[in-house]
Write a protein that binds this ligand. Structure first.
Ligand code: SF4
Length: 69
């Protein structure tokens, strides 16, 4: 597992956005850690048509914090 910091994809609302409340994504947001091997598609409108795939510790200026349940 690796630590996920503020501003990184794992804590962004667009990370894996197409599967909504996937329990793995909820756990990453709660615990702020993620498996090294996890990759997800970014759902940001500027990236979606490119099917950008990112890791939990990637990031960009489109970051928007995900709601933590
Ligand atoms: S690439 Fe940017 S918009 Fe997409 S999930 Fe990561 S921080 Fe969010």
């Amino acid at each position: 597992m690796q630590q996920v910091q503020d501003g990184q994809c794992g804590l962004c609302t667009h990370f894996g956005e197409h599967h909504g409340d996937d329990q793995r994504l909820v756990n990453i947001r709660r615990e702020r850690t993620a498996p090294e091997t996890l990759v997800e598609e970014c759902g940001h409108p500027k990236h979606a048509e490119l099917h950008l795939v990112v890791t939990p510790i990637s990031g960009c200026q489109g970051f928007e914090p995900a709601y933590v349940h």
